[in-house]
Design a protein around this ligand. Structure first.
Ligand SMILES: Nc1ncnc2c1ncn2[C@@H]1O[C@H](COP(=O)(O)OP(=O)(O)OP(=O)(O)O)[C@@H](O)[C@H]1O
Ligand SMILES: [Mg+2]
Length: 232
C-alpha cells in the first residue's frame, strides 16, 4: 500500500483551476521529485497534501486513511511536514529555537536535536545565532532540520535549492542520503531538473496543472524531461 495515494485531485483558487485530475502515489521510504516551470502548480500540489488548500476535490489518502478534508495540524501530527518555499524561519529566534519549533508536534523518533546537529554540524556551532545573521544555505539547513525534528513520515520539500550557490546546493543534497536511510518518504519539488532527477527514485513533471510525464527518474533522458517541462 502506498504511503500517499492521490486520485483525481483538482485544486482551485476562486474560479481559477490550478490542478487537473492528478493521480499520484509515493511509497514508504521512497523519494519522488515533482518538477515543473514557474506557475505549473508545484506548491499548490504540496499545499493540497499538507491540508492548507481551501478548495480542492478528489481524494488524498495517507497510510490508508482519507485525509482529503483534514487540516494542517492534524496532518502534522500524523507525520506530514513541509520545508516551505522561502524557508519561512522565525527571524527573531536563534537557530536552536527555530529547530525546537519542529518538535512541537510531539512526534518522537530518531530525529532529535543531536541527530540534526550530526547531519549539519555547522548548525551546532551557530545554535545561539539569530537566523537573520546566518547564510542562506545555513538557513535552508535550519528549515530542513526543523522539519526532521518533527519526525515526519513524509517530508515535502519546496524548492530547497532556490537562490543558493551550486556548492551549497551540493552540500545540502549530499545530506539527503542519510535522511532517506532513516526511512522518511520525500517529495522534492524542484526547478533544477538535473538535481531532481539525480536525487529521486521516480519523477512527475507538472505542466500547467497536469502531469505531462511520470516514471522512474533514471528512465528518461534530459531531452524527454525538457519536452515535458516546456510542453513541446
Ligand atoms: N493564492 C493564490 N491565488 C490565486 N492564484 C494562485 C494562488 N497561488 C497560486 N496561484 C496560481 O496557481 C498556479 C500555480 O501556482 P503555484 O504557486 O502552485 O506554482 P509553482 O509551480 O509552485 O510555481 P513557482 O515555481 O513559481 O513556485 C499559478 O498560475 C498561480 O498564479
Ligand atoms: Mg512554488
Amino acid at each position: 500500500m502506498p504511503l500517499i495515494d492521490i486520485r483525481k485531485l483538482n485544486a482551485f483558487y476562486g474560479d481559477f483551476q490550478a490542478l487537473f485530475d492528478l493521480d499520484f502515489s509515493i511509497g514508504s521510504g521512497e523519494t519522488v521529485a515533482v518538477i515543473g516551470a514557474n506557475g505549473a502548480g508545484k506548491s499548490t500540489f504540496l499545499s493540497a497534501i499538507l491540508g492548507s488548500l481551501a478548495s480542492k476535490n478528489g481524494t488524498v489518502e495517507f497510510d490508508g486513511v482519507d485525509i482529503t478534508r483534514e487540516h494542517v495540524f492534524s496532518n502534522a501530527r500524523a507525520g506530514i511536514t513541509l520545508v516551505p518555499e522561502g524557508r519561512r524561519l522565525f527571524r527573531s529566534l536563534n537557530v536552536e529555537e527555530n529547530l525546537q519549533i519542529g518538535g512541537m508536534t510531539g512526534r518522537e523518533g530518531a530525529w532529535t536535536l543531536d541527530a540534526v546537529y550530526s547531519l549539519f554540524p555547522v548548525l551546532r556551532d551557530l545554535r545561539r545565532h539569530p537566523v537573520s545573521q546566518i547564510s542562506g544555505g545555513q538557513q535552508q539547513m535550519v528549515a530542513i532540520g526543523r522539519a526532521l525534528i518533527s519526525n515526519p513520515r513524509l517530508m515535502l520539500c519546496d524548492e530547497i535549492s532556490l537562490g543558493l550557490a551550486p556548492k551549497v546546493i551540493r552540500e545540502i543534497y549530499a545530506c539527503f542520503g542519510q535522511i532517506r536511510e532513516s526511512g522518511v518518504s520525500i517529495i522534492l519539488v524542484e526547478q533544477d531538473v538535473a538535481r531532481a532527477k539525480d536525487a529521486s527514485d521516480r519523477l512527475y513533471c507538472l505542466l500547467e496543472g497536469r502531469f505531462s510525464l511520470t516514471g522512474r527518474s533514471d528512465g528518461f533522458s534530459m531531452d524527454e524531461i525538457s519536452d515535458a517541462y516546456f510542453g513541446m
